[in-house]
Design a protein around this ligand. Structure first.
Ligand SMILES: [Zn+2]
Length: 411
């Protein structure tokens, strides 16, 4: 029998435009139809001395997303500058929360089957501008520079193009139902960076290739299939896969640049001090709801004609703002459901013993990764999470898996 082809391992970084109508650190409007460079100011163009002021509306929407995705908000609000050199970046850096994500954990409920995909992190950042080369000249458009984005990342827990498409559709529908984003794909309101690698023969993840800025569900699935085929062909020809980034043009991908994390320089944002916030209260609000929001949103997302969607978004916003307690929000949520809509069931969780056995089996099967994790490479936690979720057919609660893993991996 021929050997099994190496298994793809895929993680997502999804950029979703927050529906505030204005930029993240200035008062410029966000207008998809505006003439090039019409909606810019000294702040979003990075004029020396111009100071950023974060828009609370963007942070409220991001916290609403954390509730909708059942993620755990952080207790610290921190901003960093991510410096890199590219024509689409008028300031020379992007302000992001990548270093200290706004929230961690959580899950994306599958719209059409039991199960979910784990969320690794959620953070807010500003979008870059745009450029293109026409008639031999570089044309810059800074309208998009500073537009508020929510970035949602998953651990490398997906294995094929169909799963990537289903996961992106579910994330999009959930965030639209929660009122976090308008979700217009044709205006680039959701763009995914797809990280694809092939597992080595011993199951460890291989070199990672990132296909950047894929703007449609179908394209994401196609880009994954093409990249898996390309990497398999490289391997079959005896060539090593080198880590790099690629762009997808709708039919094929082409190489952009070598993957070089040292090309970025990430420093604390000196104009925005860290703030300690009461993320714990939000977490309690999220977890105290008698009905977790995820299954409700999933039910509503699958029924776009239901009039309760907009009102549901307002209830979620009120909980996030602390205006409604879990006890008072619960009957309101129940009242929003149309009479013909069955009570959404929480996805079946696995028995604690099954979870413990699976975590133990995954840890025992990967001694090399365990050593690396214990030596400080804690990014592997997401990879372990993907392994356990995969073995449990995505039925487990990612929070419970994460807790069990942290315990099992402790030195
Ligand atoms: Zn501006």
């Amino acid at each position: 029998m021929p050997p099994e082809p190496p298994r793809p391992v895929i993680g997502l970084e999804v950029h979703v435009r927050l529906a505030t109508g204005r930029k993240l650190f200035c008062r410029c409007a966000v207008d998809d139809e505006a003439a090039p460079n019409a909606t810019t100011c000294p702040v979003c163009r990075g004029a020396p001395g111009a100071l950023p002021v974060p828009d609370p509306a963007a942070l409220r929407l991001a916290l609403r997303a954390a509730l909708a995705l059942e993620a755990t908000p952080s207790d610290t609000l921190a901003w960093h500058r991510k410096h890199y050199r590219w024509p689409d970046l008028p300031k020379g850096f992007q302000i992001t929360q990548q270093g200290t994500p706004l929230a961690t954990g959580g899950r994306i409920h599958d719209l059409h089957a039991d199960g979910c995909w784990p969320v690794a992190t959620l953070h807010v950042e500003e979008d870059a501008g745009r450029f293109d080369v026409r008639d031999g000249a570089l044309h810059l458009d800074d309208n998009r520079a500073g537009v508020p984005l929510l970035e949602v990342t998953t651990p490398p827990c997906l294995h094929d193009g169909d799963a990537v498409e289903a996961c992106l559709r579910a994330l999009h529908a959930t965030l639209v139902a929660a009122g976090v984003t308008a979700g217009h794909l044709h205006h680039g309101h959701l763009r995914a960076d797809v990280n694809v690698s092939l597992a080595a023969d011993d199951g460890t993840p291989g070199p990672k290739v990132e296909v950047k800025n894929v703007g449609s569900f179908r394209h994401a699935a196609d880009a994954v299939r093409a990249e898996v085929d390309r990497q398999r062909a490289e391997r079959a020809a005896g060539r090593a896969v080198d880590p790099h980034t690629r762009a997808w043009d709708g039919r094929a991908s082409h190489r952009l640049r070598a993957k070089d994390e040292t090309a970025y320089r990430i420093l604390p944002e000196p104009d925005l001090p860290d703030v300690v916030v009461d993320g714990l209260a939000l977490t309690r609000a999220a977890h105290g709801l008698h009905r977790p929001l995820g299954p409700w949103l999933r039910t509503l997302a699958a029924r776009p004609e239901v009039a309760g969607r907009r009102r549901l978004a307002r209830v979620v916003a009120a909980v996030a703002a602390g205006a409604l307690t879990p006890a008072t929000a619960d009957p309101v949520l129940a009242g929003l459901m149309p009479a013909d809509m069955p009570e959404p069931a929480r996805p079946p969780d696995v028995a604690p013993q099954v979870l413990a056995d699976t975590v133990a089996a995954v840890v025992a099967a990967h001694p090399v990764e365990v050593d690396r994790y214990r030596a400080g490479d804690t990014r592997l936690l997401g990879w372990f999470l993907g392994q356990v979720m995969g073995r449990l057919d995505r039925r487990a609660d990612p929070h419970a898996v994460r807790t069990a893993l942290v315990h099992a991996l402790a030195p």
